[in-house]
Design a protein around this ligand. Sequence first.
Ligand SMILES: Cc1cc2nc3c(=O)[nH]c(=O)nc-3n(C[C@H](O)[C@H](O)[C@H](O)COP(=O)(O)OP(=O)(O)OC[C@H]3O[C@@H](n4cnc5c(N)ncnc54)[C@H](O)[C@@H]3O)c2cc1C
Length: 323
Amino acid sequence: MTTIAIIGGGIAARSLLYAMAKKNISSKILVFYSDSFAFPCSLHSTAIVAPRGVTAGNSSLGDTLMEGFGRFQKHVSEDAPEGVERIPQYTGALTKLEAFQKRYPDGKKISSIGPLKFQEEIYFTEEEAYLITPSQYLSWLTSEASRKLNVEFVPSFVTEVHEKTLKTVDGGDFSFDELIVTAGVKNFLWQPLLEADPKSKTVQGSYLEYDFDFGEKSFSLTLEGDNLIYSHPTKKLLIGSTTQESSWELPPERLLSEIHARLRTRMKNILPEFAQGRMLVGLREKAKKREPYLLKKDAYKIMGGLYKNGYTLGLSLAEKILS
Ligand SMILES: Cc1cc2nc3c(=O)[nH]c(=O)nc-3n(C[C@H](O)[C@H](O)[C@H](O)COP(=O)(O)OP(=O)(O)OC[C@H]3O[C@@H](n4cnc5c(N)ncnc54)[C@H](O)[C@@H]3O)c2cc1C
């Protein structure tokens, strides 16, 4: 029997397992991950799947995102995954209104959305979106896949890959026939094996998380680039998010407090106090032109560069790398 080794435990790896199960792959599968050496960005993600104004036919990244969104919609309607809820995505603007209205001609001026009351009338548009509860969706993908695959999870950090063998930090030695790397910001460690350089950078993202009851309906709202996301099932309110080139997991407190203050002022102060929130940070892999990449050489493959779109692109990229 052949063995496929996977490095990664985030949305890329779990989507890959799910796609492998759909293909009835009979190999032995070993999945290596390490929450302590490389915490998955997938668990510190605001995790919305939505086009957010992107349309097909304008750029290669736009086409990839729309393909990913279409695949995710199909996944939801056919597979009814747990941890995924269909919600409205409201996007609004206060400045550069003319350009915004051109991009979103179907919007309207409103002074409230559900429990949110604004200081003034704001032009908003509404799109279809999916809100993901990462821990629940990742568990669902894994349990669905595990029912069909011969898979073993190894919670250990891979330190060395040589030909068709690998070593882990705690002294484990494993051999494989094929290796698929889905290691997020740690992909750079393995790119030399494939003699590839997708020009990856590590970009930090952060947001505030509150336990907060905002009513019966989940939603995602983007106003002038600031995000407010409410999940009714988990009663969590997320406010964010920041983007900065950095490999540190230290939260940018000042930037987060500025976002919080802007939204709070625009919403008649109904949001909780800044200090009541938890600051969460995820590290994302940004490749050339913000585009995801799939690499293959000999027994090695890498799926990376998911950047801000891991949940949107996970499944479509996983299916591509297996095809
Ligand atoms: C603030 C924020 C908001 C976001 N919002 C959205 C959004 O709205 N929509 C969306 O689609 N995406 C969003 N994203 C992006 C999305 O979260 C990422 O693209 C996605 O999580 C990347 O998944 P991944 O599986 O590639 O990497 P990760 O989740 O980082 O997983 C990498 C895995 O590899 C393992 N690993 C690494 N190296 C090794 C090794 N040597 N040995 C063993 N294991 C190893 C790690 O332990 C980890 O399990 C957001 C991200 C952030 C930070």
